[in-house]
Design a protein around this ligand. Structure first.
Ligand SMILES: *Cc1c(COP(=O)(O)O)cnc(C)c1O
Length: 227
């Protein structure tokens, strides 16, 4: 194994054991938390190293980048699962539908319509999560808090059970816990089973607050090369 592969394998093992410890502390089954390894901006070799270490769920921000890396890997690892976690333009909806197993960043009706149309054309529809802008930050993706209830109901009507849950990225310089709690209770109110919350800096806290998906990049692959 190359040194890089060893580093990724070691980091993955550490993250997995932290996930397990956080779940146990919270009185939860560790199997109720899935790890999304966020490989964005890293070369395909990084994802390959993680695959060799047993990781199967990956997250990418950009459709173009995901399209360049994952179809080839999928032929070798048919059980690989790709999550698109970045803000999605409507003109990328069709390619996103073709590529992804889960789209975590549904946040507006125009995108919902584009995904519906793409699903018709492609004959497949990924699982969907609604991204909630829990901090109501103007520069961020995600549906504003105020509009979340309504948007969730509208998406339920359109997508039925393909709408699986909610995702959030709390503001960088705030305590994330109130944001995780808000997302958790909103998901519960709507009977949505998936809560995608927690990144390298705070995934144990997110697990304590009920995360079922944690999206971890830096803690697995190291600092991102600048894009
Ligand atoms: C980049 C990214 C992550 C991973 O962040 P790290 O701090 O590197 O773990 C998680 N979620 C989203 C939506 C991201 O864009």
């Amino acid at each position: 194994m190359a040194p890089f592969d060893n580093a990724v394998a070691g980091a993955l093992a550490r993250v997995r054991s932290e996930i397990e410890a956080a779940a146990i502390t919270a009185g939860r089954d560790a199997k109720s938390v899935d790890l999304v390894a966020v490989s964005k901006f890293h070369p395909v070799e990084a994802a390959e190293a993680a695959l060799a270490a047993g990781q199967r769920i990956f997250g990418e921000n950009r459709v173009q980048e995901a399209a360049g890396k994952f179809p080839v890997l999928r032929t070798r690892y048919p059980d690989l699962r790709l999550h698109l976690i970045g803000g999605l333009q409507t003109n990328k909806a069709r390619e996103a539908v073709r590529l992804a197993d889960v789209i975590e960043s549904l946040d507006r009706l125009s995108l919902a319509d584009a995904l519906m149309k793409a699903a018709d054309q492609e004959g497949r529809l990924p699982e969907l999560l609604i991204e909630v802008n829990t901090g109501d930050e103007p520069q961020k993706f995600g549906v504003p808090r105020e509009e979340a209830d309504r948007f969730i109901r509208d998406c339920r009507v359109r997508f039925g059970d393909r709408l699986r849950g909610l995702m959030c990225i709390p503001p960088a310089n705030e305590d994330p816990v109130p944001h995780f709690r808000f997302l958790r209770s909103l998901a519960d109110e709507h009977g949505l089973p998936v809560r995608s919350m927690g990144m390298s800096a705070d995934f144990p806290l997110a697990i304590a607050e009920g995360a079922t998906l944690v999206r971890v990049g830096t803690a697995i692959f190291g600092a991102r090369p600048s894009a």
